[in-house]
Structure formats: structure tokens, C-alpha cells
Design a protein around this ligand. Structure first.
Ligand SMILES: Nc1ncnc2c1ncn2[C@@H]1O[C@H](COP(=O)(O)OP(=O)(O)OP(=O)(O)O)[C@@H](O)[C@H]1O
Ligand SMILES: [Mg+2]
Length: 375
């Protein structure tokens, strides 16, 4: 039996998974058009799950997709970063060959063993030579480089790295290598703190990853029902969507509580009283997503006062991404734009946790007790 996954990327062999076929098709289209794509979205929204599915599809289409992860490189000196980057790249190249049931040529192995990458220039030169050593069939020379947790790139390497990619990008030929690049992370490129003009990534062309729609939440829950035979009352499905606003982790966590932790007999339909219990637990527990939310809020002392204003019915805050605080709160997935162009908290569950954790402003000075003021 599969389960609802809440720890890291989900995999259709062991988890129930929303297919997100339109989103994946859009991502793959951009890759096929040789775009350099930016995919920045808050934590636990399904970025890694999505691009892994895209990579599988690209392998079937005989592209050469290489996936890397920069998570470990925060605070790493640039030359060490490039050396490790190169080692991972070689491992991944071997891995792609294995996945395709192919083996690298002697010439390619010799080249990989005898090359050093220590900076942005040797990286560019490496890619230039790599392309001619890859197999010559279908799209096999079209290297797609996908870098997860890109925002952990060492600050002293980011400029050179992007310059190098931009240099390659401007070649504008089908044989450029990498043919397409996807960088994935939480902080967007403008927040990485460098000159935007050196970026090959078109800010207007940023890839947007929306929360699950009601239809997608239903698609997810129905996979369970089909496998186990236990149904969710229609109102439960709409309530899960409403309370989580389709935030992928929260949807799964709620379904996990209902199907694994509450001991509801599998012969019973899951109904609203069950949902109320699960909902209360979601409001009270400190799962990884909520802990991250609260840690993000504490990161900047201005967040609290802006959030207090957003929550207050009287005042409210208009949605303006030029405001740095608002833009950061959006980056972290804490707030979104309401239909009347105001800021609103991303979902009712976050709203509850924020209200609980923001200290109300004292309305008048605390009363002094006689004991603390001896005559
Ligand atoms: N396609 C999907 N179907 C079902 N659940 C999903 C899907 N994508 C994401 N999720 C839910 O979101 C959680 C996080 O997924 P994933 O690790 O892919 O996100 P992420 O954005 O890469 O997170 P992080 O920023 O922490 O790396 C999963 O554990 C699961 O609960
Ligand atoms: Mg991820």
C-alpha cells in the first residue's frame, strides 16, 4: 500500500502523487526550447518532485539531463566549490548513461578523468568539449543542467558562475552546452544579491509553481480511495483544500493524519467530524512546515509588525512587491495577493499559527502591583 508522503520529494511507487502533468509539460516545453529557467518557490511546494518527473520524461526523449544540488556549498570557498561541482557532474554523467542503458565512450572517460574545473572559465571550457564526446543520436547531445537548492551557491562564486552560463547561453546554437539550464530554489535571483544584468535567466520568464487546485487535491485523495476502498466525504475534500489553500505539504499531512494516525476503520467513510479532529491536530502540532514558517517569521523583526497589520481587519496592507518585506514574505510562502489586491496570509492554518505566535502589542503600560513598588 502506498502512503501520503511528507518527508521530501514524493515518488509514485511508494506515495500518492498529484501528476501535475500541465505544469510538467510547461517545464519540459521550456527545456526543449533551450530556455534557461528559474524555478523559485517556497519550501515544500513540490519543486524537487516536479523537476525529477521532468528529468524522467527528458531521458525518455533522449535528452541528457544532469541534476545537481548545491545545498552543501553554503560558505564553501569558490575553488573547492568548483572542484566538488565537477566531481558531482562526472558522477551524474555516469548515472545518466546507466539510466539510458548505455556506457560512456573511452574518449569521454579519458576526458572526464583528465579535466580539472576550478573556476568559471574552466567550467565553460569543460562544457564546450563535453558536447562533442556525448553520443550522437536524437537529442543526446542536448545537455540539460538542473540545479536544486541553487541559492546555497557560495556568495563569492555566484557572479562568476552566472557569467559563465550567460556566455554559453548567448551562443544561441543548438549545440551549445548546456542546451538548457534550470535553477531551483527558494530565494529568487534578485535576492541573491548581485547585478541582475549578468544573469542569463530572464526574470519575466520565471517558472511559477502554483499550489494544488481543488481538482488536484481530489486527484490525490482518490488515489488512496481507489487503493484502500475508503472514501472521503466530498465536504472533507473541499475543507482540506480550503484550510490548506492547496499547500502541497499541508494537504498531505492532513491526509496522513486522517488515514494513518486516527485509526478510523477502513470500512468507514472519512467524514467532517474526523476532519475536525485532524484539523485541530494540524493547528496544534509543530510539523516541519510550521516550524519553518515560524523560523522564517522570526528571521526579520519587521515581519511581525507587517503580519500584525495584515491580520488586522481594520487596516490591512496593500500588495506591493516593491516593498522588500512584502516581497520576502511572499518568497517564504507566508502571504499571497488577495482578490482585492491586498496582502493575505497564505492559508487559514498559517493564519492560526501566526496569530498564536505573534505577541499582541500592549495596549497600555502593564499595571503596577503594590508589591513591586514598596513605599
Ligand atoms: N506532486 C506531488 N504530489 C503529492 N504531494 C506532493 C507533490 N509535490 C510535493 N508534494 C508534497 O510536498 C512535499 C515536499 O515536496 P518536495 O520535496 O518536492 O518540495 P520542495 O519544494 O522541493 O521542498 P524543499 O524546498 O523543502 O526542497 C512532499 O513531501 C509532499 O508532501
Ligand atoms: Mg526540494
Amino acid at each position: 500500500m502506498r502512503t501520503f508522503g511528507t518527508q521530501g520529494p514524493v515518488n509514485p511507487e511508494v506515495n500518492y502523487v498529484v501528476s501535475r502533468s500541465d505544469e510538467i509539460a510547461d517545464f519540459i516545453d521550456r527545456v526543449k526550447n533551450g530556455k534557461y529557467i528559474v524555478l523559485f518557490a517556497p519550501r515544500q511546494t513540490g519543486k524537487t518532485t516536479l523537476f525529477r518527473a521532468a528529468i524522467d520524461a527528458l531521458i525518455n526523449d533522449a535528452f541528457f539531463p544532469i541534476q545537481l544540488n548545491f545545498e552543501l556549498y553554503v560558505d564553501y570557498p569558490a575553488p573547492d566549490f568548483y572542484r566538488s561541482f565537477y566531481r558531482r557532474l562526472c558522477e551524474e554523467i555516469q548515472h545518466v548513461f546507466e539510466k539510458c542503458g548505455d556506457t560512456p565512450s573511452k574518449g569521454l572517460n579519458h576526458f572526464l578523468d583528465n579535466t580539472e574545473v576550478t573556476d568559471q572559465v574552466s567550467m565553460m571550457e569543460f562544457f564546450k568539449q563535453l558536447v562533442s564526446l556525448l553520443p550522437h543520436h536524437g537529442n543526446s547531445q542536448k545537455v540539460v543542467l538542473i540545479i536544486d537548492e541553487f541559492d546555497a551557491i557560495p556568495p563569492d562564486a555566484v557572479r562568476g558562475f552566472l557569467h559563465s552560463l550567460r556566455y554559453i547561453y548567448l551562443e544561441q546554437s543548438d549545440s551549445r552546452c548546456p542546451y538548457s539550464v534550470g535553477i531551483v530554489g527558494v530565494k529568487n535571483i534578485t535576492q541573491l544579491n548581485y547585478d541582475r544584468s549578468i544573469s542569463p535567466f530572464n526574470i519575466q520568464d520565471e517558472y511559477h509553481l502554483p499550489n494544488f487546485t481543488l481538482v488536484q487535491v481530489r486527484e490525490l485523495l482518490e488515489q488512496y480511495t481507489e487503493e484502500v476502498g475508503q472514501a472521503f466525504a466530498p465536504k472533507v475534500i473541499t475543507s482540506i483544500h480550503k484550510q490548506t489553500a492547496g499547500q502541497p505539504f499541508l494537504v498531505n499531512r492532513c491526509a496522513q493524519i486522517l488515514t494513518e494516525e486516527m485509526d478510523i476503520p477502513k470500512s468507514e467513510t472519512i467524514t467532517m467530524p474526523h476532519f475536525s479532529k485532524a484539523h485541530t491536530q494540524l493547528l496544534e502540532e509543530g510539523n516541519t512546515n510550521i516550524e519553518q514558517l515560524l523560523a522564517n517569521i522570526r528571521e526579520n523583526s519587521s515581519f511581525e509588525s507587517v503580519l500584525t497589520r495584515i491580520i488586522s481587519y481594520k487596516r490591512g496592507v496593500s500588495f506591493n512587491l516593491d516593498n522588500e518585506i512584502i516581497s520576502e514574505l511572499v518568497t517564504y510562502g507566508i502571504i499571497t495577493k488577495s482578490t482585492d489586491r491586498m496582502c493575505e496570509i497564505a492559508n487559514p492554518i498559517y493564519q492560526h499559527h501566526i496569530q498564536k505566535n505573534i505577541k499582541p502589542l500592549p495596549s497600555k503600560p502593564p499595571a503596577q502591583t503594590p508589591d513591586t513598588h514598596p513605599h
